[in-house]
Design a protein around this ligand. Sequence first.
Ligand SMILES: [Zn+2]
Length: 309
Amino acid sequence: MARHIILAALILLMSCSCTAASSAVSARTEPKRGTAPVPAPGPAGEDKAALAQRYIRAYPDFFVAYKGGYLVTKDGGRILFDDGKAKDFDGMIVDTAVGDDAFDPEDALHWDYPAGEDIPTPEKPPVGDPGRIRPAAVFEYMYGSTAAERKGAMRDVQWVDTIGGKPKKIRVTTVNGVDKALTRVSHEIMNLPDDKKKALEGIVYRVEGPYGYYERPVRDFPGRTSGHAYGIAVDINGDLAYFAGGHKGEPYLYRNNVPRFLVEIFEKNGFIWGGRWHSYDAMHFEYRPELLMNGQSSRRSDSSVNCPR
Ligand SMILES: [Zn+2]
């Protein structure tokens, strides 16, 4: 019964040309990567020193400088910023045999993340997958290279909805203040006016989930660690989300039911949204401030990133 009410609300919410509302409740089948063609990325348009600064600004607890082609870590270590290898990004995004250690920090910034911009539509789907690449050297250094190391840093954050009269929780890492950033997101949602909260039914209210920390590789990519395993990712709605490849045998079609104001709350607090990926994953948000710090970019100014409308 509740499901039908949610579904009805969803249908009302969907002003885009999303067809077949029943597919919105098409269960929690995971995306099959590779079914969506990935367009060729454009050049980053920044020099390496400027790109490297994004990590230093985004993760001041870990990175202190960029020197001689390396990110210098707080404890005196260094991580090669750009291995200089020409990479076939189409192949790397769809090739399930390629693991995280094939990527360097520079690769992860290959696609600009379009923070604050319009929500993609079926007619204007996202270009590239900014944030789906997580270089192992950087992420294992910060969040832990083993499950035991990562697990020790997790904390439960109170989420916006209740279950059985008790607040829901999401487990995320305390490293880099991810737990605090998610708490701010949670508070901002709880402080929204009633009409906006109502619009979030079936998205963050009255849904299965949310899901946070979970030790697993990226689905279909056994060599890539999921953002969930680092404790930096959140899936807001378990069973009512759209994702690329969720409609087998059909041509690529971008679909989404997450409203812009919700995406902006997350982006303002350091989280990117999987709905801005060509291989879209509209339930997925991930703490990736380095992708929201492109103030040096020739294409966007800091203000458009830090102060989304
Ligand atoms: Zn996810």
